[in-house]
Ligand binder design. Structure first.
Ligand SMILES: [Zn+2]
Length: 493
């Protein structure tokens, strides 16, 4: 039997602002869409946190036995500098500044994004579509919305008519806004704007002569509005209605609100059953921003090359640090917090070796089955990883008590504990045991010590050909032997 039939998962749905029992639209299958990065700069550590939260969610849904189709897009066109459909395209701007092709910008930062996620041990999404790969689908949706009367064409651009939509639907239901308030609180449109109302948003923008990223359309050369790509790609790969849509809290409005409007206008259906939003990562208590210098890149974490850090931190430590907070809470990053996480991480990793070497007895002083269910309960409660981690440390405490002989554990319970520690730590939290480098150096010194011993034997047998060969071949590999009074030692060059 699949695990999801035994475990009751609850998800905090941002749309209803309440925790709901998770019931996918199609039994046993989950469709999940997460808004991906706009690839015009190195991926931000705050964005990594959002994507990591959904990586953990993807892992847990899979663990429960669901067949998950996880779509995370790459925005490689259409994302303008500000939300009011104004300013330059972020990618085109970078291309202009660096005097390279927009697709070179896209390639460079898509590679950076993938490399960073790989260091953090992310699973690959099932599909990673791009906006430029779905221009035709976007044009089709615009035609459909125009036909249904929820959009208007003007001077080669097409805008979504928010006021018209709000007559029959509820624009603002996700972010808890009312259109009347929005209208009352916005300044009038400038003379050069084509929009009927400031709340209207672009589905298609006419490309001015200097705009390099452009495609032909029924309305002339142009490019799609940013919100439209997610509607096009989620509908194409997950259907008109799907289970989970995720993203950062900052995307709730206007991006996700506009996605709902586009989908409802074109097919009359609410597109998403559970909306999920991951919260922000702050740095030393303040919002991260490049402009103020209160900012840190993932690679600076790994190399330690940032003034706020006292040392480098391995990706698994950073991942463990992020998993120590609930995805919907604000998390503050600081050197002290990372040092504390590092200590906790090593304590957790050390417990695996201790657990493997435990001697077993006839009774168990630790209720492993009960503990296991507490771990599931934590994850079932809206993916509460901090509570899960508290349970993992409860297991660590008991592993140490067993080692000291204060309590005992049966063979069956030990096997079960090993299995579930592995499941929760590595499969679900996605951590990696970075102590492997220590283990590798142990193996290396053991091997070289053995060769030194063989060389000594050859020398005492006056077999200098063999002893020289060992020394010279090791030197070729960068291992220098040094003969001294205390015997032979080695160093790596
Ligand atoms: Zn999106």
């Amino acid at each position: 039997m699949q695990l999801y039939k035994e475990q009751t998962l609850k998800i905090h749905n941002t749309l209803s602002n309440s925790k709901e029992i998770f019931q996918p639209i199609n039994d046993g299958h989950v469709g999940m869409y997460v808004c991906g990065p706009t690839v015009y700069s190195n991926v931000h550590l705050g964005n990594c946190r959002t994507f990591m939260s959904f990586d953990m969610i993807f892992r847990y849904l899979k663990h429960l036995g669901y067949k998950v189709r996880f779509v995370r897009n790459i925005t490689d066109a259409g994302h303008l500098e500000n939300d009011a459909d104004e300013g330059e395209d972020k990618i085109a701007k970078k291309a202009r500044l660096e005097q390279i092709e927009p697709m070179e910008v896209v390639q460079r930062y898509t590679v950076d994004f993938h490399n960073t996620l790989q260091k953090f041990n992310f699973l690959h999404p099932s599909i990673e579509p791009t906006a430029t790969g779905h221009i035709i689908e976007q044009i089709e949706i615009i035609k459909d919305i125009l036909e249904k009367g929820y959009a208007y064409e003007i001077n080669g651009s097409v805008y979504f008519d928010v006021v018209k939509f709000n007559e029959t639907n509820d624009y603002g239901k996700l972010s808890g806004r009312k259109l009347e308030d929005m209208i009352a609180n916005t300044r009038a449109l400038t003379a050069q704007s084509d929009k009927k109302n400031p709340q209207d948003f672009a589905l298609w923008k006419k490309a001015e002569q200097q705009h390099i990223m452009r495609w032909p359309s029924p309305w002339g050369d142009g490019f799609p509005g940013w919100h439209l790509e997610c509607t096009a790609m989620s509908t194409k790969y997950l259907g008109e209605s799907f289970d989970i849509h995720g993203g950062g809290m900052d995307l709730k409005f206007p991006h996700h609100e506009c996605e709902i409007a586009q989908a409802e206008a074109s097919n009359g259906k609410s597109p998403v059953k559970y909306w999920m939003h991951a919260n922000m990562l702050t740095l030393n208590g303040k919002k991260m921003a490049k402009s103020t210098g209160n900012n840190i890149l993932p690679n600076e974490m790994f190399s330690g090359e940032n003034k706020i850090l006292s040392k480098p931190f391995a990706p698994s430590i950073v991942r463990f640090f992020m998993m120590q907070a609930h995805y919907a809470s604000i998390l503050d990053l600081s050197n002290d917090a990372l040092l504390a996480s590092e200590k906790g991480f090593h304590k957790l990793m050390d417990s695996f070796a201790t657990l493997d070497n435990l001697e077993t007895g006839t009774i168990s002083g630790f209720e492993v089955s009960e503990w296991k269910q507490k771990c599931y309960n934590a994850m079932n409660d809206d993916f509460n990883t901090p509570i899960l981690i508290a349970q993992l440390f409860d297991a660590v405490k008991h592993i140490n008590l067993i080692k000291e002989g204060t309590i005992s554990i049966t063979d069956k319970d030990k096997t079960q504990l090993q299995q579930y520690m592995n499941t929760f730590v590595f499969d679900i939290l996605g951590l990696e045991n970075n102590n492997s480098s220590d283990a590798d150096s142990d193996k290396l010194s053991g091997t070289v010590d053995l060769l030194i011993q063989l060389r000594n034997e050859a020398r005492s047998n006056k077999d200098f050909a063999t002893s020289d060969k060992i020394r010279d071949q090791l030197a070729v590999l960068g291992i220098q032997l040094k003969d001294g009074k205390e015997g032979t030692t080695f160093s790596l060059s």
